[in-house]
Every structure is written in structure tokens, then in C-alpha cells.
Design a binder for this molecule. Sequence first.
Ligand SMILES: Cc1cc2nc3c(=O)[nH]c(=O)nc-3n(C[C@H](O)[C@H](O)[C@H](O)COP(=O)(O)OP(=O)(O)OC[C@H]3O[C@@H](n4cnc5c(N)ncnc54)[C@H](O)[C@@H]3O)c2cc1C
Length: 476
Amino acid sequence: MKDIVIIGCGITGSLMAYELSKYQLDVAVLEKNNDVALESTGANSAIVHSGHDPKPNTLKARFNLEGNRMFPDLCKELQVDYQQIGAFVVSTSQEESLTLDRLEQQAKERRIPYARLNREDILAEEPHIGDGVTEALSLPTTGIITPWKVTIAAMEEAMENGVALYLNHEVKGIKHIKDGYRIFTIYESFDAKMVINAAGVYADTIAGYLEDVAYQITPRRGEYYILGKLTEPIVNHIIYPVPSSRGKGVLVVPTIHGNVLLGPNSEPISDKEDVSTTDALNEVKKNVIKTVKDIPFQKIIRTFSGLRPTGNTGDFVIEEDENHSNFIHVSCIESPGLTASPAIAKYIKDTFVAQKFQLIKKESYQKRRPDIVCAHLSHKERNQLIQKDSRFGKIICRCEQISEGEIIDVIHRYAGATTIDGVKKRCRPGMGGCQGGFCSPEVLAILARELHKDKQSIEYKGKHTEILPAKAKEAL
Ligand SMILES: Cc1cc2nc3c(=O)[nH]c(=O)nc-3n(C[C@H](O)[C@H](O)[C@H](O)COP(=O)(O)OP(=O)(O)OC[C@H]3O[C@@H](n4cnc5c(N)ncnc54)[C@H](O)[C@@H]3O)c2cc1C
């Protein structure tokens, strides 16, 4: 019997696994997809919010603030990027300035660093700010991350330290057994003393396997444009409009790698799998130009959408089930869920896990191996690497300058890539201007060779997304 089974490997599941891997516990993570971080964690604004926005006395407010303070050290520990670029919440009317007053008051009460800026101050830092913008609340502790990199690194380190990850293991049922639970997946069943439900938009379905649940989740879809890398930045900070009852509004967000996200909108939908992009993106364009002008829309390289796991409770649900001891809900984790995730993981460990198990630190704890990023190396370092292994000299992705050696490295790590999207998320081939037009066939061939698989069985992203349906010449 496992000590703990975590259902779901988004950012909350992986950070709990990472936190628990430091202790002498037998932990498994069950994930329905063929990679980690493919759901909400894979499609969002990637912001570590300062904590100014959530309603007072909510779990969102508490864990947002705590998570924001934890992120810089967490990213250092996991050796992934974090940039504290700061944010401006901008106002375009007197009425909106009243909302800024409220946010300023909340920032003050929560001891979040802030400053109120007039139009002149804003223009000095953001020359492309919209003509209608009158003032802003500056929140310098706002940061950006690459959410799937945090998840992959956390899971890699957790696995280095004994946590087991079962991909393609969709949970289909749960029942009580003596001293715990039996969790049924499409392949096999797992017995565990404690279950943590971190299944994103499906957390209500998972909870429903045991009883009628007290919460329902309705996904709220958010759609985005991505701009390719610009020679001159269009913004230096994250630009938020003032929030409304529908959320934080349409943002302009620089990414870690020099792209810009425009979005999201907010649309409740019924299908928990529907991540299509629609003509609602026109609304994104219309709204975004109110806060930032001169946006080079001709530089759009891609659109995408993500689903927020919005519960009917108005807040995160993070608690032990009332009727089922050691069944822990980590549910309704919509925004600011990324920001809150390290604080949630620590709270789960300190509160529920520490109550049930004796927490003894592992004596030998292994750090994950740092990523090999040739673009970060000097000429000398790179030449040394190529002399040891010539595959680091063979460029596969011309846009992002990614070598074959880097691709092979991310395939053979713990929680390694098995799909084209998995390679793209880990080391960036396909993230550039051509969006994989040139390098995808080569990445596919490398995956097939390294994983000893047929090329036809290599998937793009998610299950049943094979690119090559048949061997064309043989068919002829
Ligand atoms: C448009 C948008 C913008 C956002 N922007 C921000 C932001 O800027 N900052 C911020 O802090 N937050 C933001 N968020 C919120 C944030 O993305 C989420 O709160 C966070 O990613 C939730 O992580 P999670 O691990 O709980 O859920 P998920 O990432 O959804 O992970 C749940 C996992 O459970 C798995 N699963 C589901 N059912 C089963 C099953 N039956 N068996 C096994 N596995 C299963 C799924 O496949 C998935 O991998 C945004 C969200 C969206 C959609």
C-alpha cells in the first residue's frame, strides 16, 4: 500500500510531490495524460501575482500572498527561470480609479510593495501605454514564470527522490478499503493510506467517485494571442486593466523568453475538453488596445486557450473531506492557482500529511541535474561540450537554435519528453517564428530513435495525436 496517491500532475500535484519527496514517504502521482502540465498549467498567463486582487479572508488571498513570497526561492531551488518584472494595473476613467483605490488599500493592508503612478510616470517606463490611461497602481513584486517548466522540474526532482509518476493512468473510480482507499485507473488499481485530489477541472468528478460532492466545477475558457519575439519590447511590465467580476481582464504579458501574451477573455463553457480558439479573440484585440497602443498584431505567431477550474464555491477548496478521512481536496484551483501552488503544497504537507504520518527527512536528497541550455553557454563552454558530444553541435531548431544534444537530454531525464510538444515545452524547438514547420519532422525522428518506437506511434501532444497515420510508400 502506498502512503499517498496524488491524482493529477499539474503545478499543484507536482509541487506537492516535490515537497513530499523530501520525506520518507511512499508517494505516487497518477496522471491521465501522456505528459505532465497539459491542462490549466499548460495554458495560462504565467504570472506570479502580487496578491493585491483576491477578496479578503479567502484562501485565494492567503495562498496568493504566501506563494508570491515563496516563488523566487522555489525557482532557484528547482533551477528554473523566474523574473520579477513588476506589473501596472491601469485606469482609464474616474470610476476605474476608484477600483485602483480599493486595490491600493488591499496592497497596503497585505504589506505588498506598491506605488501610485500618474500618466507621466507611466510613460517614462511604458512609452506604448494607451492614450486613455490616466494612472496606475505599480506592483513591483509581480513576476513571470514558465509554468510547465516549474511542473516538469518539480516532478523530475520528486522522481529523483523516489516518487513514482504514472502517465496515461486516468482514475476511473475510488472505494474505501481497510486503512485507506483503492484507486482504480484504466490499467491497474493502487491502494493508498491518503489520497490527494488535484485533478483540475475534473476534481469534482474524482470527488464524486466517493460521494455527492459539495462543489461543482464549470470551466471558464481564456483565449490568447502570442506575439513572436520583437526587436523592441512593446511593454516592460505586465499591464493589467482594472479587474471586474469576470476576472483580471485582458492583459499584456511579456514572457520569460521574450514573446508577449495578449489575453485572456473569460467564457464559461460546458465541455471540459474544449480548448479551441474562436472569434472571441476579436474581443481580446478590442480590449487590449485600450491599455497598450502600437501592438504589432502582424507578429502574432499562435493562438491558444486554457480552462480555468472555476468552482461554484467562489474560493479554492483545500480541505480534508468531512466524511472520508485522509481524502484531501485540492480543488477549484483557478487563478491565482499558479502563484498559490507552492504555498498550497506546504500547507497540505504541514497540515494533513503531518497529522497522518511521521515526517522524517530523507538523509540523501538528490537535486535534479541543471538543464543544458546551449544558448546560455559561452563559445568556449559550447565548444567544450561539442568536443565531448558532437550532437550538441547539430542545430535542429533554427529559430531557437536548439541542438540535437539538448533534445536527447530532455528525452532521457525523469519525467522526460515522449511527444513533440513535450520536447518543445522542455527545450523550445518549435517555439520560434516557424512554429515547428522545419524542425518537427526531425524532432519526431529523434523521439522515435531514442525511445525505440515506430515513427507512426509518436504523438504531437496528448493522447491519439499521432502525426504520421501510415507508411505512405508501403501503402502504395
Ligand atoms: C486562462 C488562464 C489564465 C490563468 N492565469 C494565471 C496566472 O497568470 N497566474 C496564476 O497564478 N494562475 C493563473 N491561472 C490559474 C492556473 O493556471 C491554475 O490555477 C493552475 O494551473 C491549476 O493547477 P492544477 O495543477 O490544480 O490543475 P491542472 O493544471 O489542470 O492539473 C490537473 C491535472 O489533473 C489531471 N487529471 C484530471 N482528471 C484526471 C483523472 N481522472 N485521472 C488522472 N489525472 C487526472 C489532468 O490531466 C491535469 O494534468 C490561469 C488559468 C487559466 C486557464
